[in-house]
Design a protein around this ligand. Structure first.
Ligand code: 5SP
Length: 229
């Protein structure tokens, strides 16, 4: 089994933060690894959040790497500006474009990592050959659009398949999971081989968001056999 490059990455989703106090809520999780930014356009998903101007403003208030998850149509047009603005990861949906490779190349050329996200019902197999163009595979464990939904453990088969490809050296990317991650679900995700965990309500629904981040990281580390000494 390949060595893990770093500690489990915890990325609080500001979808569950207070939109009137985004800067404060971003700074409340300074112990997090990334800040997860859910951009929704009310077309690709039935919800609307915020766009690039808000993300740019928030970048001035947080030193965290921005893990931007674009749940939008037309990523060819709208995704590269997030990379140009300084996002660390820019992830778009496989279901949103016929040419994910061109989008990935544009993102990398603009200076960010490229991430591909797949909905719970989208299989991994059709995308395996293009994943060498990506730095992150984001496996959705809820239907995209809303926080606070229940974790879908059946998507972990895709995580396990991706983990095998990374551990065998066929792929070189980080495996991220998003949706319903909390202290009672992170163990099975960790055992399946996840590297990066998005958590919205489990962090911002807690009285102490920073403590929730630490607890999630510790739980993921304890449940992942790659960290066994
Ligand atoms: O992308 C999404 C939802 O579409 C997620 O990032 C959610 O924001 C995660 O929230 P929780 O399920 O952790 O509450």
């Amino acid at each position: 089994m390949a060595a893990h490059p770093t500690a489990p990455i915890i990325a609080p989703s500001i979808l569950s933060a207070d939109f009137a106090h985004l800067a404060d809520d971003a700074r409340a999780v300074d112990n997090a690894d990334w800040l997860h930014i859910d951009v929704m356009d009310a077309h690709f998903v039935p919800n609307l959040t915020f766009g690039l101007p808000v993300v740019k403003s928030l970048m001035k208030a947080s030193s965290k790497p921005f893990d931007c998850h674009l749940m939008i149509e037309d990523p060819e047009r709208w995704a590269p500006p997030y990379a140009e603005a300084g996002a660390y990861n820019v992830t778009f949906h496989a279901e949103s474009t016929n040419d994910p490779v061109s989008v990935a190349r544009a993102l990398r050329a603009a200076g960010s990592n490229a991430g591909l996200s797949i909905k719970p019902g989208t299989p991994l197999e059709p995308y395996i050959d293009i994943l060498k163009e990506f730095d992150v595979l984001l496996v959705m464990s809820v239907e995209p659009g809303f926080g606070g939904q229940s974790f879908m453990p059946e998507v972990l088969d895709k995580v396990r398949a991706a983990r095998r490809l990374v551990d065998s050296g066929e792929l070189d990317l980080m495996i991220e999971i998003d949706g319903g991650i909390a202290l009672d679900t992170i163990d099975e995700a960790a055992a399946a081989g996840v590297d990066c965990y998005v958590a919205g309500s489990a962090v911002y629904g807690s009285a102490d968001p920073a403590a929730a981040v630490d607890q999630l990281r510790e739980r993921a580390r304890a449940a992942d056999p790659r960290y066994a000494s």
